[in-house]
Design a protein around this ligand. Structure first.
Ligand SMILES: Nc1ncnc2c1ncn2[C@@H]1O[C@H](COP(=O)(O)OP(=O)(O)O)[C@@H](O)[C@H]1O
Ligand SMILES: [Mg+2]
Length: 236
């Protein structure tokens, strides 16, 4: 079953059109990458899905056209967005951030179980549970941002450059944990990454954007085999 389908999605900032008709298809439980250079429109595509930028075209989630939904409506439908720059609440502790992630949930009893799961997924957060998130390292903040999104128990997770600014070994740890989360939770994912090597460890398929358009879409195996992808995104 298809969980999310974008067809001919457009978006503007003021008078400037930055998405020129994006397509994207995410199977239920699938993980799809969005690759491309700086400014290609990756972040704006995620914003269109989570309702944080106004979009044209069609955005169908779980059989409903959600284009034009507000961010809180998209969240209530099960779409969790981990934005570029992480967006954790710096004045709140790690535990408080995790609780905020669960604010829409009615199953209060399962929340502690899920906090324990997050701490098992990201053991570094266990030692920092009472620290303000502003005191965490970049890697720990990224882990907290992902864990907080998971606390909403979403059906779809939007991840924007989870590896940005992290040491290579930390980025690898973060992606290992996301992979484990994917397998254990079955949450579908849209993964924006500049580091295509990392993205391909997680996603089944991907699309490459250039100036607000899809230029290549294919399975991870197909894309990894293409010379132009290797040259542009895989360092060889
Ligand atoms: N808030 C904004 N206001 C005006 N232009 C923006 C804004 N955010 C992004 N843009 C422009 O939109 C285009 C796409 O940006 P973005 O989606 O952030 O690309 P990416 O995430 O692929 O780097 C770029 O040309 C960028 O400069
Ligand atoms: Mg971006």
């Amino acid at each position: 079953m298809t969980l999310l389908e974008l067809t001919d999605v457009t978006a503007f900032y003021g008078p400037v059109q930055v998405l020129e008709g994006i397509s994207l298809s995410v199977p239920d439980g699938g993980a799809v990458g969005i690759l491309g250079a700086n400014g290609a429109g990756k972040t704006t595509t995620l914003r269109a899905i989570s309702g944080t930028v106004r979009a044209g075209g069609s955005i169908v989630f779980d059989g409903k056209d959600i284009r034009g939904s507000r961010p809180d409506q998209a969240a209530a439908l099960g779409i969790a967005h981990v934005p570029e720059g992480r967006g954790t609440l710096g004045e709140l502790t790690v535990r408080e951030n995790l609780r905020v992630g669960a604010y829409l949930r009615k199953d209060r009893k399962a929340i502690q179980t899920d906090i324990d799961y997050c701490l098992d997924l990201f053991p570094q957060l266990q030692d920092r549970i009472r620290s303000n998130s502003s005191a965490l390292s970049g890697g720990e903040q990224q882990m907290l941002a992902i864990a907080r999104a998971y606390m909403a128990r979403p059906r779809l997770l939007l991840l924007d450059e989870a590896s940005l600014g992290l040491a290579p070994s930390t980025a690898k740890d973060v992606y290992q944990a996301i992979k484990r989360l994917r397998v254990e939770s079955g949450i579908a994912m849209v993964v924006v990454e500049q580091n295509a090597n990392l993205a391909f460890t997680l996603v089944d398929s991907a699309t490459v954007l250039e100036t607000g358009r899809n230029v290549i879409t294919g399975s991870s195996a197909e894309l990894k085999g293409m010379d132009e992808i290797r040259r542009a995104y895989l360092g060889g």
